[in-house]
Design a protein around this ligand. Structure first.
Ligand SMILES: [Zn+2]
Length: 281
Protein backbone atom coordinates (compact mmCIF):
# COMPACT_ATOMS: atom_id res chain seq x y z
CA UNK A 1 0.00 0.00 0.00
CA UNK A 2 2.80 2.39 1.02
CA UNK A 3 4.64 1.58 -2.14
CA UNK A 4 1.61 2.38 -4.26
CA UNK A 5 1.11 5.63 -2.36
CA UNK A 6 4.77 6.51 -2.89
CA UNK A 7 4.46 5.82 -6.60
CA UNK A 8 1.40 8.01 -6.70
CA UNK A 9 3.14 10.93 -4.99
CA UNK A 10 6.16 10.45 -7.22
CA UNK A 11 3.92 10.62 -10.26
CA UNK A 12 2.19 13.70 -8.87
CA UNK A 13 5.49 15.52 -8.29
CA UNK A 14 6.77 14.57 -11.73
CA UNK A 15 3.57 15.81 -13.35
CA UNK A 16 3.77 19.05 -11.44
CA UNK A 17 7.42 19.58 -12.37
CA UNK A 18 6.87 18.80 -16.04
CA UNK A 19 3.94 21.20 -16.16
CA UNK A 20 6.01 23.85 -14.45
CA UNK A 21 8.87 23.56 -16.93
CA UNK A 22 7.01 22.63 -20.09
CA UNK A 23 4.03 24.95 -20.21
CA UNK A 24 5.99 28.20 -20.18
CA UNK A 25 7.95 26.83 -23.14
CA UNK A 26 4.83 25.91 -25.06
CA UNK A 27 3.61 29.46 -24.81
CA UNK A 28 6.96 31.15 -24.68
CA UNK A 29 6.43 34.78 -24.04
CA UNK A 30 8.98 37.49 -23.31
CA UNK A 31 8.92 41.22 -23.49
CA UNK A 32 12.16 42.84 -24.54
CA UNK A 33 10.75 46.29 -24.16
CA UNK A 34 7.43 47.44 -22.82
CA UNK A 35 6.08 47.75 -26.33
CA UNK A 36 7.45 44.59 -27.75
CA UNK A 37 6.16 41.09 -27.32
CA UNK A 38 7.61 38.05 -28.96
CA UNK A 39 5.25 35.17 -28.88
CA UNK A 40 6.25 31.71 -29.81
CA UNK A 41 2.96 30.04 -30.29
CA UNK A 42 0.94 27.08 -31.13
CA UNK A 43 3.31 24.16 -31.01
CA UNK A 44 0.57 21.85 -29.84
CA UNK A 45 -2.34 23.52 -31.56
CA UNK A 46 -0.94 23.63 -35.06
CA UNK A 47 0.66 20.22 -34.86
CA UNK A 48 3.55 21.28 -37.05
CA UNK A 49 6.77 23.21 -36.76
CA UNK A 50 6.47 26.04 -34.25
CA UNK A 51 5.69 29.38 -35.77
CA UNK A 52 7.14 32.54 -34.38
CA UNK A 53 4.68 35.39 -34.54
CA UNK A 54 5.87 38.84 -33.65
CA UNK A 55 3.29 41.13 -32.15
CA UNK A 56 4.25 44.66 -31.27
CA UNK A 57 1.93 46.21 -28.74
CA UNK A 58 2.07 49.65 -30.34
CA UNK A 59 1.34 48.43 -33.88
CA UNK A 60 -2.09 47.74 -35.35
CA UNK A 61 -2.93 44.22 -36.59
CA UNK A 62 -3.67 43.50 -40.23
CA UNK A 63 -5.21 40.22 -41.39
CA UNK A 64 -5.61 39.53 -45.11
CA UNK A 65 -8.47 37.10 -45.64
CA UNK A 66 -10.01 35.45 -48.69
CA UNK A 67 -13.28 33.52 -48.58
CA UNK A 68 -14.54 30.48 -50.48
CA UNK A 69 -11.22 29.11 -51.76
CA UNK A 70 -11.21 30.37 -55.35
CA UNK A 71 -8.36 29.32 -57.62
CA UNK A 72 -7.38 32.99 -58.18
CA UNK A 73 -6.64 33.31 -54.47
CA UNK A 74 -3.71 30.99 -55.05
CA UNK A 75 -2.68 31.97 -58.57
CA UNK A 76 -2.94 35.72 -57.97
CA UNK A 77 -3.19 36.22 -54.21
CA UNK A 78 -0.68 33.77 -52.82
CA UNK A 79 1.82 34.16 -55.66
CA UNK A 80 1.94 37.93 -55.33
CA UNK A 81 1.86 38.07 -51.53
CA UNK A 82 4.64 35.49 -51.32
CA UNK A 83 6.91 37.82 -53.28
CA UNK A 84 6.27 40.48 -50.65
CA UNK A 85 6.74 38.09 -47.73
CA UNK A 86 3.10 38.29 -46.64
CA UNK A 87 0.83 35.55 -45.32
CA UNK A 88 -2.94 35.36 -45.55
CA UNK A 89 -5.92 33.34 -44.41
CA UNK A 90 -8.27 31.43 -46.69
CA UNK A 91 -11.69 30.05 -45.71
CA UNK A 92 -12.36 26.94 -47.78
CA UNK A 93 -15.51 25.05 -48.70
CA UNK A 94 -14.07 21.56 -48.50
CA UNK A 95 -16.48 19.92 -50.94
CA UNK A 96 -15.42 22.40 -53.64
CA UNK A 97 -11.71 21.62 -53.43
CA UNK A 98 -10.42 20.30 -56.79
CA UNK A 99 -13.57 21.59 -58.56
CA UNK A 100 -13.07 23.92 -61.56
CA UNK A 101 -12.14 27.49 -60.48
CA UNK A 102 -11.48 26.40 -56.89
CA UNK A 103 -8.25 25.57 -55.08
CA UNK A 104 -6.74 22.15 -55.53
CA UNK A 105 -5.64 20.00 -52.62
CA UNK A 106 -2.06 20.64 -53.79
CA UNK A 107 -2.67 24.40 -53.48
CA UNK A 108 -4.04 23.95 -49.96
CA UNK A 109 -1.08 21.92 -48.78
CA UNK A 110 1.35 24.46 -50.26
CA UNK A 111 -0.48 27.34 -48.56
CA UNK A 112 -0.59 25.54 -45.23
CA UNK A 113 3.08 24.64 -45.54
CA UNK A 114 3.82 28.35 -45.99
CA UNK A 115 1.95 29.14 -42.77
CA UNK A 116 -1.21 30.44 -44.36
CA UNK A 117 -4.43 29.73 -42.50
CA UNK A 118 -6.79 27.24 -44.10
CA UNK A 119 -10.08 27.76 -42.27
CA UNK A 120 -13.34 25.84 -42.07
CA UNK A 121 -16.02 27.46 -44.26
CA UNK A 122 -18.17 24.28 -44.03
CA UNK A 123 -18.34 21.38 -46.47
CA UNK A 124 -21.07 22.81 -48.73
CA UNK A 125 -21.29 26.53 -47.89
CA UNK A 126 -24.63 25.94 -46.17
CA UNK A 127 -26.54 28.93 -44.86
CA UNK A 128 -26.40 27.65 -41.28
CA UNK A 129 -29.18 29.90 -39.96
CA UNK A 130 -31.65 28.19 -42.31
CA UNK A 131 -30.80 24.63 -41.29
CA UNK A 132 -31.71 22.50 -38.28
CA UNK A 133 -29.19 21.40 -35.69
CA UNK A 134 -28.26 18.08 -37.29
CA UNK A 135 -27.78 19.46 -40.78
CA UNK A 136 -25.67 22.35 -39.48
CA UNK A 137 -23.56 20.01 -37.39
CA UNK A 138 -22.99 17.67 -40.31
CA UNK A 139 -21.78 20.43 -42.64
CA UNK A 140 -19.44 21.97 -40.07
CA UNK A 141 -18.13 18.63 -38.84
CA UNK A 142 -17.54 17.25 -42.31
CA UNK A 143 -15.28 20.15 -43.23
CA UNK A 144 -13.52 19.91 -39.87
CA UNK A 145 -12.69 16.23 -40.37
CA UNK A 146 -11.84 16.73 -44.05
CA UNK A 147 -9.19 19.30 -43.13
CA UNK A 148 -7.87 17.34 -40.16
CA UNK A 149 -7.50 14.20 -42.22
CA UNK A 150 -5.22 16.10 -44.58
CA UNK A 151 -3.10 17.45 -41.74
CA UNK A 152 -4.62 20.93 -41.75
CA UNK A 153 -5.32 22.01 -38.21
CA UNK A 154 -6.73 25.52 -38.38
CA UNK A 155 -10.12 23.80 -38.78
CA UNK A 156 -11.21 24.70 -35.26
CA UNK A 157 -12.13 28.19 -36.47
CA UNK A 158 -15.34 28.61 -38.44
CA UNK A 159 -16.09 31.20 -41.10
CA UNK A 160 -19.88 31.42 -41.36
CA UNK A 161 -21.13 30.91 -44.95
CA UNK A 162 -23.05 34.03 -46.04
CA UNK A 163 -22.15 35.44 -42.62
CA UNK A 164 -25.19 33.66 -41.16
CA UNK A 165 -25.50 31.63 -37.95
CA UNK A 166 -27.83 31.17 -34.96
CA UNK A 167 -27.74 29.99 -31.33
CA UNK A 168 -27.68 26.36 -32.41
CA UNK A 169 -24.53 27.05 -34.43
CA UNK A 170 -22.85 28.31 -31.27
CA UNK A 171 -23.91 25.15 -29.38
CA UNK A 172 -22.49 22.98 -32.15
CA UNK A 173 -19.24 24.92 -32.14
CA UNK A 174 -18.94 24.45 -28.37
CA UNK A 175 -19.48 20.75 -28.80
CA UNK A 176 -16.88 20.45 -31.57
CA UNK A 177 -14.42 22.67 -29.72
CA UNK A 178 -14.48 25.27 -32.46
CA UNK A 179 -13.21 28.38 -30.75
CA UNK A 180 -14.24 31.25 -33.00
CA UNK A 181 -16.63 32.21 -35.77
CA UNK A 182 -16.36 35.10 -38.21
CA UNK A 183 -19.19 36.62 -40.22
CA UNK A 184 -19.28 39.59 -42.56
CA UNK A 185 -20.30 42.45 -40.24
CA UNK A 186 -18.62 45.64 -41.43
CA UNK A 187 -16.14 47.47 -39.22
CA UNK A 188 -12.82 47.54 -37.40
CA UNK A 189 -11.89 45.41 -34.38
CA UNK A 190 -10.08 46.40 -31.21
CA UNK A 191 -6.47 45.27 -30.99
CA UNK A 192 -7.54 42.37 -28.77
CA UNK A 193 -10.98 40.85 -28.34
CA UNK A 194 -12.78 38.78 -25.76
CA UNK A 195 -15.87 37.94 -27.82
CA UNK A 196 -14.79 35.38 -30.41
CA UNK A 197 -18.00 35.66 -32.43
CA UNK A 198 -18.41 39.44 -32.80
CA UNK A 199 -15.65 39.95 -35.34
CA UNK A 200 -15.80 42.68 -37.97
CA UNK A 201 -14.33 42.82 -41.43
CA UNK A 202 -13.81 45.37 -44.17
CA UNK A 203 -15.02 43.85 -47.40
CA UNK A 204 -13.00 44.73 -50.49
CA UNK A 205 -15.68 44.67 -53.20
CA UNK A 206 -15.36 45.22 -56.97
CA UNK A 207 -16.09 48.93 -56.51
CA UNK A 208 -13.75 49.50 -53.53
CA UNK A 209 -10.92 51.79 -54.59
CA UNK A 210 -7.41 50.92 -53.36
CA UNK A 211 -7.23 54.44 -51.88
CA UNK A 212 -10.20 53.62 -49.63
CA UNK A 213 -8.32 50.56 -48.37
CA UNK A 214 -5.24 52.74 -47.74
CA UNK A 215 -7.30 54.98 -45.44
CA UNK A 216 -8.58 51.93 -43.53
CA UNK A 217 -4.98 50.84 -43.02
CA UNK A 218 -3.94 54.35 -41.93
CA UNK A 219 -6.75 54.36 -39.37
CA UNK A 220 -5.69 50.92 -38.11
CA UNK A 221 -2.15 52.17 -37.59
CA UNK A 222 -3.22 55.47 -36.00
CA UNK A 223 -5.73 53.91 -33.58
CA UNK A 224 -3.91 50.61 -32.93
CA UNK A 225 -6.80 48.47 -34.17
CA UNK A 226 -7.21 45.10 -35.87
CA UNK A 227 -8.25 45.31 -39.51
CA UNK A 228 -9.46 42.26 -41.41
CA UNK A 229 -9.43 42.84 -45.16
CA UNK A 230 -11.71 40.42 -46.97
CA UNK A 231 -11.30 39.49 -50.64
CA UNK A 232 -13.12 36.98 -52.82
CA UNK A 233 -12.13 36.41 -56.48
CA UNK A 234 -9.03 38.16 -57.75
CA UNK A 235 -9.74 38.56 -61.45
CA UNK A 236 -11.10 40.82 -64.16
CA UNK A 237 -14.50 42.26 -63.30
CA UNK A 238 -17.07 40.65 -65.58
CA UNK A 239 -20.24 40.51 -63.45
CA UNK A 240 -22.26 42.49 -60.91
CA UNK A 241 -21.80 40.26 -57.87
CA UNK A 242 -19.10 42.63 -56.45
CA UNK A 243 -17.11 39.53 -55.53
CA UNK A 244 -14.45 40.07 -58.21
CA UNK A 245 -11.50 42.32 -57.46
CA UNK A 246 -9.27 43.72 -60.15
CA UNK A 247 -5.80 42.15 -60.10
CA UNK A 248 -3.89 45.41 -60.55
CA UNK A 249 -5.83 47.04 -57.73
CA UNK A 250 -5.17 44.01 -55.55
CA UNK A 251 -1.45 44.31 -56.26
CA UNK A 252 -1.58 48.03 -55.44
CA UNK A 253 -3.07 47.21 -52.04
CA UNK A 254 -0.48 44.50 -51.38
CA UNK A 255 2.33 46.89 -52.40
CA UNK A 256 0.95 49.48 -49.98
CA UNK A 257 0.75 46.91 -47.16
CA UNK A 258 4.32 45.79 -47.87
CA UNK A 259 5.46 49.44 -47.62
CA UNK A 260 3.68 49.75 -44.28
CA UNK A 261 5.13 46.50 -42.90
CA UNK A 262 7.11 48.30 -40.22
CA UNK A 263 3.95 49.91 -38.87
CA UNK A 264 1.78 46.80 -38.68
CA UNK A 265 1.62 43.31 -37.25
CA UNK A 266 0.66 41.34 -40.34
CA UNK A 267 -0.73 38.08 -39.01
CA UNK A 268 -3.22 35.37 -39.88
CA UNK A 269 -6.69 35.01 -38.44
CA UNK A 270 -5.73 32.01 -36.33
CA UNK A 271 -2.64 33.83 -35.01
CA UNK A 272 -4.94 36.58 -33.76
CA UNK A 273 -7.56 34.26 -32.30
CA UNK A 274 -5.01 32.01 -30.57
CA UNK A 275 -3.13 34.96 -29.12
CA UNK A 276 -6.40 36.35 -27.76
CA UNK A 277 -7.63 33.02 -26.52
CA UNK A 278 -4.51 31.48 -25.01
CA UNK A 279 -2.41 34.41 -23.92
CA UNK A 280 -5.22 36.24 -22.13
CA UNK A 281 -4.99 39.82 -23.25
ZN1 LIG B 1 -18.51 32.19 -48.38
Amino acid sequence: MDKILLQFYGWLILTFLSCFFLIPNLFYHTSNTINYLLIKTLITINNKKPTTVEIYQHKGNLIIMMDDGWQSQYVVGYQYMRKKGLRGSIAVITNYINQPNYLTLGNLLQLYHDDWDILNHTHNHTNLAKYDYDKQKKDIEKAYHWLNKRGINNGNILIFPHGQYNNQTINIMDKLNIISGRGITDGFNDKYIDDFYQIRIKNVLSNTKPEAVFTWIEQTIAENLTLILLFHKLEKITDHTLMQYDIQNFQKIIDYIAEQKQNLNIITFSDWIYINKYLNY
